[in-house]
Design a protein around this ligand. Structure first.
Ligand SMILES: NC(=O)c1ccc[n+]([C@@H]2O[C@H](COP(=O)([O-])OP(=O)(O)OC[C@H]3O[C@@H](n4cnc5c(N)ncnc54)[C@H](O)[C@@H]3O)[C@@H](O)[C@H]2O)c1
Length: 347
């Protein structure tokens, strides 16, 4: 007989409503979203009504105590991820926590340790891993078609994409700006494709040049008077296996494209760009470029949530692990630290 899973949601905002709740509800009859918690009770009730969720809570701790949950999605501002994930794991729940894992390496480490102690899944909302591009390129990499990947680039740039909603420009609640919000997606993607090598040194620079003044908002009108985060982050990361990565992300920058993101990999047998997917090789005395003739169109959030459920059902390791969460958080923390001191940080 298959398991019946009782799911709770912490944080009833955009990502919970658009990516998590509907995709638990369309998994099938074995998965039930039974409760939602939001520190603003009205929002919890409104969300419960919209999605026909039986219980709404103001206090997530009470939800964890009373609802006998099997799994929880954490969809709150970054500052709350660690405490809520640890409390959920201690209550015996598997956890799908939104990205970034937390706001410090110490927090991500505590979360990973708690997951290990509890013997529960802790995974993160790095949904780009579920794109057909990443899935396809990973197969080529695993088959050795790129050889040793020794150099890479990743970027996620927006021209004027400072979020005009939520708390994305509040350092206290988010832990940072473009690096920890949109940049983290491409950082995770490139690390995943490189096999999550152990970072050695991080050199970083961050800037706040555009977000602290009014301007054309392509993602809504942002709160420039209280803009307390970086709008550009740049860095170079070296790894103990000798590989190196250059990275850039922006909320706002004076560049041509409204939004662009990519990962470039350079291996000794081949290279690749991810968006759009293209593979570069030297074969039979010629330089060869390969592009897929067809890539499936899919809802990556649905894949992510269903993969989380499948991992619980089959007692298997999820694609994004708690230990990788510690590595990526350590890199971001070091990049911020390096930007502050002007010195490279050795990890
Ligand atoms: N994977 C993605 O593509 C993606 C996209 C957007 C956001 N996110 C992540 O999701 C998280 C939430 O972002 P969002 O866009 O949904 O923001 P949001 O502001 O729309 O929603 C956050 C919700 O959490 C509630 N909340 C705040 N503090 C709380 C607390 N202590 N306890 C319970 N609820 C609390 C707020 O009232 C709000 O309803 C962030 O970590 C963000 O990085 C991920």
């Amino acid at each position: 007989m298959s398991k019946q899973l009782r799911i709770g949601i912490i944080g009833a905002g955009d990502i919970a409503r658009n990516a998590h709740i509907p995709n638990y509800q369309n998994y099938g009859e074995d998965v039930h979203v039974v409760a939602v918690a939001n520190h603003n009770k009205e929002k919890a009730i409104q969300c419960a009504d919209t999605f026909s969720i039986p219980y709404a809570y103001e206090d997530y701790q009470s939800m964890l105590e009373e609802m006998s949950l099997d799994a929880v999605s954490i969809c709150t501002p970054n500052k709350f991820h660690a405490d809520q994930a640890i409390a959920s794991l201690q209550a015996g729940c598997h956890v799908l926590c939104e990205k970034p894992p937390a706001i410090s390496k110490k927090e991500a480490e505590n979360m990973a340790q708690e997951a290990e102690r509890a013997g529960k899944i802790l995974t993160y909302g790095f949904h780009f891993r579920y794109t057909p591009e990443v899935e396809t390129l990973k197969k080529f990499i695993d088959a050795g078609e790129l050889g040793e990947i020794y150099a890479s680039r990743a970027h996620y740039n927006r021209r004027r994409g400072i979020p005009g909603w939520g708390v994305f420009t509040n350092r206290e609640l988010q832990g940072g700006g473009t690096l920890i919000d949109n940049g983290v997606h491409m950082l995770d993607t490139v690390l995943y494709l490189m096999g999550y090598p152990e970072p050695k040194t991080v050199l970083g620079a961050t800037y706040q040049k555009i977000g602290n003044r009014p301007g054309v908002g392509l993602l809504g009108e942002w709160d420039y008077e209280n803009f307390s985060v970086e709008d550009m982050a740049r860095g170079m990361i070296t790894f103990t296996n000798g590989a190196s990565l250059t990275f850039e992300s922006t909320f706002a920058a004076n560049v041509e494209e409204t939004s662009s993101k990519n990962v470039t990999l350079m291996g000794d047998q081949g290279g690749a760009d991810l968006f759009p997917l293209k593979i570069y090789q030297e074969k039979h005395d010629t330089l060869l470029d390969s592009t897929p003739a067809y890539l499936e169109k899919r809802d990556v959030y649905q894949h992510q949530v269903h993969h989380f459920i499948d991992s619980i059902m089959h007692d298997s390791q999820p694609l994004s692990t708690a230990r990788e969460g510690v590595i990526i958080q350590a890199i971001m923390e070091a990049l911020y630290e390096s930007a502050k001191t002007g010195e490279a940080v050795n990890l």
